[in-house]
Design a protein around this ligand. Structure first.
Ligand SMILES: *[C@@H]1O[C@H](CO)[C@@H](O)[C@H](O)[C@H]1NC(C)=O
Ligand SMILES: *[C@@H]1O[C@H](CO)[C@@H](O)[C@H](O)[C@H]1NC(C)=O
Ligand SMILES: CC(=O)N[C@H]1CO[C@H](CO)[C@@H](O)[C@@H]1O
Ligand SMILES: [Ca+2]
Ligand SMILES: [Ca+2]
Length: 662
């Protein structure tokens, strides 16, 4: 084991380590006819002109860095499979151009799409009583009380007013009578066909119903006799159409998650790398940058005049110099027990809140993936054949459905709950939202047949599949109302083991890092938020590898479980940041253990090249400090009151004496 250097722990280093771009492990590279072009000049007119000169349809500014433009082709439905070096060279030779990158194409699949048989017949009556995930009275053989507890948040008066949620998906039927009144057209965009109208593309099998169903869960209007009711039924929903083209590209993802952060508070994503149990993939360079900007730069409430109404209104969470951060909600994945969501770089990012799902009797859904980066859970369709055990919501062309499903259905429910919390306290940052989630989510009657519920070193109860439990909208809104922003976040590289070590089926590898968590330095981390284990390892069969990590407080996180379908023997994991939320709140000082071994029947071997332990969290106790602050402010209040009373008495006395004298 190598002693780590304690002084290299700068933020730059952390960013470098955390933002290693992921590359797909299996498929051959595919190239699209989309180009990312960096210009010397910044103007959109110039970019448009240049794009058309070179045969593109037009260019769109990419807000991630200065002078960046997306040059998109006229025919959006065709994919090109080869690098087109001529076009690239021609563009590069233009003196107005600084840099040219042809966009690689890769697959991103929506989670939980089911085929035509699942689409329900048209409903005539409101579906509210069938939305067991809102209020569970035991409908469809469910467990009464197992729901999002939205009723309590609604009773407190929180319904999502003033909050905008973007659904990044295959479009939204914004003409739907249950969505139209809550649709935010200004914040919507279509990145699949480069126009402001993210209407879903028609197909006979209604394949593009995903986004519309997700939108209804968040923002379907209440009391209008149509379909059901959204979790945050007075919120606004924006459509970001970005899944409906032959291949995904980095520039489309990055543009989507950085679209109008000054208006959009919460971004909901129910898609990701293919859940085939053998993919290891995540956000690429631009998307990582956009996410980092999203949480770090954007979003603090600032008031700007609204020219249309000539009134001052709250411009969401965007601003300068320090934002509250865009909130990214991610479906943890539909790969079932064959997959591990820590191999999905979107779900396992610290900057996303990754949400898993339970069914209406509290069990896991069969497609649920488990991993240590999931923060909490909401609900999805039941395992039973009961046609009403699915998620009721809006559907394409003005219809309703009872059968929305997958962790797809779970992420928008969470986005809705977060909207209620944001209405209760618009100052919440992306980290406050995660703390609130950890503190108020409930075990309720959730039941995982594989993994036990355990308590971490500070007593927080968690489960490897459900995270900290099911979201509690009422509990969250109440706590949000009183919430003080968490203290500043610090990053510490706790240590790194970089000597190659053999792993084999004969015996597991155990490594340890003893750390003082940068104590005595500016970046000391005393109370943990996220922990990352950046690992480089190869194996004769990657899918048989499993890795656990145990904190000084004794909390074991399963960083990687066996993925029986993953037969990669070449790539392994290259500086892959496995993440755990299970040690939240713990004191990281002391020995950390990493155990790696092989499961499965055939003998395997591999080499662990690197384990770097990264700690993220605060120096002061987020909640204890808050309690102390509350106490002090109460004390100050009562002191002030005493003083005022004394003053009143003194005034009275002197008045009396004055009057007495005269
Ligand atoms: C893993 O990497 C080591 C060191 O580069 C190499 O010797 C070994 O053959 C690799 N093993 C596999 C299974 O790829
Ligand atoms: C990791 O933990 C799991 C679950 O407790 C266990 O089955 C597995 O054998 C452990 N793997 C290693 C390498 O310790
Ligand atoms: C499958 C289904 O329910 N389709 C209906 C959707 O809505 C249209 C128009 O309201 C009906 O004509 C379809 O029958
Ligand atoms: Ca309705
Ligand atoms: Ca997955």
């Amino acid at each position: 084991m190598l002693e780590f250097s304690r002084d290299g722990a700068t933020v730059t280093l952390i960013l470098l380590l955390v933002t290693v771009s992921a590359t797909a492990s299996t498929e051959e590279a595919v190239f699209t006819n989309h180009f990312l072009v960096q210009l010397h000049e910044q103007t959109g007119d110039e970019a448009h002109q240049l794009a058309t000169e070179h045969g593109f349809d037009s260019a769109r500014k990419v807000p991630v860095a200065e002078g960046l433009f997306h040059f998109y082709p006229k025919d959006l439905t065709r994919a090109r499979r080869r690098r087109s070096s001529k076009l690239r060279q021609r563009l590069q030779a233009d003196r107005r151009v600084k840099n040219v990158f042809q966009q690689e194409g890769f697959p991103r699949t929506k989670r939980g799409y089911r085929d035509l048989n699942d689409i329900d017949t048209n409903m005539n009556d409101p579906l509210f009583s069938k939305q067991w995930y809102l209020i569970n009275t035991g409908q469809a053989d469910g467990t009464p009380g197992l729901d999002l507890n939205v009723a309590e948040a609604w009773e407190l008066g929180f319904t999502g007013k003033g909050v905008t949620i973007a659904i990044m998906d295959d479009g939204i039927d914004y003409l739907h009578p249950d969505l139209a009144s809550n649709y935010n057209a200004d914040a919507s965009y279509d990145f699949s066909s480069n126009d402001p109208y993210p209407y879903p593309r028609y197909t006979d099998d209604w394949f593009n119903s995903h986004g519309t169903r997700c939108a209804g869960e968040v923002s379907a209007a209440a009391n209008n006799n149509i379909c059901g009711v959204g979790v945050a039924f007075n919120s606004k929903v924006a459509g970001i159409r970005m899944l409906d083209q032959p291949f995904m590209t980095d520039v489309i993802e990055a543009s989507s998650i950085s679209h109008m952060p000054q208006v959009i508070d919460i971004y909901s994503a129910s898609w990701g790398p293919t859940d085939d149990g053998k993919t290891v993939d995540g956000p690429r360079e631009l998307t990582l940058q956009a996410m980092a900007d999203g949480v770090n730069k954007w979003g603090f409430p600032c008031r700007l005049p609204n020219r249309a109404t000539n009134r001052w209104y709250l411009l969401a969470r965007a601003g300068w110099p320090r934002g509250k951060g865009s909130i990214y909600v991610w479906a943890s994945g539909d790969g079932g027990s064959f997959d591990d969501c820590n191999c999905d770089g979107y779900a396992s990012s610290m900057w996303t809140i990754s949400i898993n799902s339970a069914i209406n009797d509290g069990r896991t859904a069969l497609y649920d993936e488990s991993c240590s980066s999931t923060l909490a859970s909401t609900f999805s369709n039941g395992r039973k054949r009961n046609p009403e055990a699915g998620v009721a919501t809006t559907d394409l062309y003005g219809n309703c459905t009872l059968r929305h499903s997958g962790t797809s259905a779970a992420a928008p429910e969470a986005a809705g709950v977060f909207a209620l919390a944001l209405e209760a306290n618009p100052d919440l940052t992306w980290r406050d939202m995660q703390h609130l989630t950890v503190l108020t989510s409930k075990r309720n009657q959730l039941h995982d047949e594989v993994h036990q519920w355990r308590r971490n070193g500070v007593g927080l109860e968690f489960n490897h599949l459900f995270g900290y439990g099911v979201l509690d909208a009422g509990g969250m809104a109440k706590m949000a109302r009183e919430w003080k922003p968490v203290p500043e976040r610090f990053h510490c590289v706790a240590g790194s083991v970089q000597e190659p070590r053999k792993i084999s089926s004969d015996g597991q590898l155990v490594l340890s890092i003893s750390t003082d968590a940068c104590q005595g330095k500016d970046n000391f981390v005393r109370y943990l938020e996220h922990v990352q284990a950046v690992v480089t390892v190869n194996a004769s069969r990657r899918g048989d590898l499993n890795i656990n990590m145990t904190s000084p407080a004794g909390t074991k996180s399963i960083l990687l479980s066996r993925r029986p379908r993953d037969d990669d023997a070449k790539v392994g994991f290259d500086k892959w940041p496995f993440m755990t939320t299970h040690t939240w709140g713990e004191d990281p000082r002391g020995p950390w253990l990493l155990e790696a071994g092989f499961g499965g029947d055939a003998p395997q071997h591999g080499v662990m090249m690197e384990w770097t332990l990264m700690l993220h969290g605060t120096q002061s106790a987020p909640y204890i400090d808050q309690i102390v602050r509350d106490y002090q402010s109460k004390l100050a209040m009562s002191k002030k009151q005493e003083l005022e009373e004394e003053l009143d008495e003194a005034v009275e006395r002197s008045l009396k004496s004055l009057l007495g004298k005269s």
